[in-house]
Design a binder for this molecule. Structure first.
Ligand SMILES: N[C@@H](CCC(=O)N[C@@H](CS)C(=O)NCC(=O)O)C(=O)O
Length: 233
């Protein structure tokens, strides 16, 4: 059994992709080790048969699997004697809801504050592509204009975190007493911030920050295994 994971890398070994982070946590949850294959944005097209446009991509015995959900399902199907990511179909749907909610409410609010930092922390050879593609995503706004709206966005993020905060006051993890894929999906959004955002992200005494620190420590401090900033107050 040979596993290798193509993971987005910026400058100085920074790993900024939330999608890659959830896959790294998925592998760790199942006690699986994959060879680390860091790639810059411009190298994604060189993976496998050249058809992949995004990472993560997992190589498993010569088969290339793209998309973090497909990878998670593949891992559960192929490694049935390891702890499941989705013990039931309900668990898959719960994690998917958490991801959709987070993406539309939280990630989007964080985006203006993060996007110029992603540019600053990517590899030199990727900068032109990152500027052009991200400014297109911003609907024509420049990275600098987005950055000026960053604070406002983080205010909206703090409000949007309400449901996550409330759940974490009931149970230590989104999955209850133990972390599960819903936690990894949610935490990966903040792993993105950790890799690039040089300031505090959370208000003091934010329960989400305590949970994030617990996630950073688990699986042998996986979350701290590559460079990042101390975003949790
Ligand atoms: N739905 C995909 C999304 C993956 C994705 O968007 N990855 C980003 C990195 S965070 C990427 O590879 N982007 C390439 C680009 O922007 O050119 C998944 O879950 O794996």
């Amino acid at each position: 059994m040979a596993l290798a994971l193509y993971d987005l890398e910026g400058r100085d070994g920074r790993r900024m992709s939330p999608f890659c982070w959830r896959t790294k946590y998925a592998l760790a949850h199942k006690g699986l080790t994959a060879e680390d294959r860091p790639v810059g944005f411009g190298e994604i097209k060189t993976i496998g048969d050249g058809s992949h446009k995004t990472v993560p991509v997992l190589e498993h015995d010569g088969q290339f699997i793209g998309d973090s959900w497909q990878i998670a399902i593949h891992l559960d199907q192929n490694f049935q004697d390891t702890p499941p990511l989705f013990p039931s179909l309900d668990a898959l749907h719960y994690a998917q809801f958490v991801e959709r909610w987070l993406f539309t409410q939280v990630f989007t609010a964080m985006f203006p504050a993060m996007v110029k930092q992603v540019f600053e922390h990517c590899r030199e050879e990727d900068k032109a592509y990152v500027r052009e593609s991200r400014e297109k995503q911003l609907g024509g706004m420049t990275l600098e204009q987005a950055d000026k709206r960053g604070k406002e966005g983080l205010g909206a993020m703090s409000v949007a975190l309400g449901p996550l905060r409330a759940k974490l006051m009931d149970t230590p993890y989104l999955n209850g007493n133990e972390a599960g894929y819903a936690d990894y999906v949610a935490a990966s959004t903040f792993m993105w911030a950790r890799a690039v955002y040089p300031n505090k992200l959370f208000a003091p005494k934010e329960p989400v920050a305590d949970w994030f620190k617990r996630i950073l420590e688990m699986h042998g401090s996986l979350g701290r295994s590559t460079p990042g900033y101390d975003i949790a107050a």
